[in-house]
Design a protein around this ligand. Sequence first.
Ligand code: B4P
Length: 183
Amino acid sequence: MKQRLLFLGPPGAGKGTQSQLLASENGLLHLSTGDLLRAEVHAGTELGQQAEAVMARGELVSDKLVLAIVRHRLEGHSQGWLLDGFPRNLGQATALDSLLLQLNQSIELVILMALPDEILVERMLSRGRADDTEAVIRHRFDVYRQQTEPLIDHYQKLGLLISVDAAGTVDEVSAAIRNSLGR
Ligand code: B4P
């Protein structure tokens, strides 16, 4: 089983849901930048205060803040990890590459979760997070298309990308992921 993985996909695709399952089954560190940012907001830290309004608008928090969070978690962690929701643009991908080079580690596989927009909207509206209103969801899709989607091509060219059908139930999607990992 690969030990250093990225989950890529549109907002609401189920990256958090599936990466949590896979990480706990395989003893990998689950690093969700969305969860870590929400925890900072909840704790009312300076970083959280800076991130809160940006997240509520459905935009991306600054690369500098997100990178500081990721660097802090990956430094000193020599075991496997699963990155969920990071990188989210080419700048973050490049910064991740240099960080990993310093740590003498590399990405082994990128899992793209693919599914139609109608299902994504349905899932997010039923999740009901503060940034899950219809207007904000629409804006997050635009941000995804402009900033995150180019990463598909980037990782495809590096021969690291596999695509999984993420439209089924949680169990069906987990089975598809396990299958694609050859397990
Ligand atoms: P994230 O926390 O990454 O959230 P997400 O992309 O919206 O959702 P995810 O794909 O993880 O879906 P989930 O499992 O919850 O980002 C939130 C915000 O944080 C961003 O907009 C941005 O502002 C900021 N941020 C995060 N990372 C950043 C970065 N690197 N740089 C800058 N800013 C960053 O699933 C969705 C719902 O569907 C859940 O309710 C779930 O229970 C349900 N579900 C999941 N799988 C299902 C299935 N198979 N069938 C039915 N329901 C399912």
